[in-house]
Design a protein around this ligand. Sequence first.
Ligand SMILES: [Zn+2]
Length: 136
Amino acid sequence: MQMSAQTHYQAELDAGRFCIQQCPQCSEHVFTPRELCPHCGASPLKWVRASGLGVVYSTSTIARKPDAGGDYNVALIDLDEGVRMMSRVELVAPDEVRIGQRVQAHVAQRDGRGLVLFHPADASSGVETGAEGSAA
Ligand SMILES: [Zn+2]
């Protein structure tokens, strides 16, 4: 019996691997996981390791009480493979995530489940120190 695409995706994440699909016929990458290629209808789609590199397409800061962990970031990321996914950019203040910023994925484990999160790809070389975000 075959796993559904979504189940397969999650199983890879739980094992620490960030995989997306690629069409064997038209070679387009596919995300979110599905059974048929949305471009040409071919199946089955094959699984490939994502490079994990991408660019922030949009970003927003979600307000959350400090005792619940504080504000956090939600972003849409365009992966280099040409697919877009919703995730979070961490290791940087939520309101300092920038559209067009280069980011790198990693797989985190939360409550026993794998989860794709992003952090700035140039985290070690960032020299810009922008103005402090005021809470005005
Ligand atoms: Zn296709």
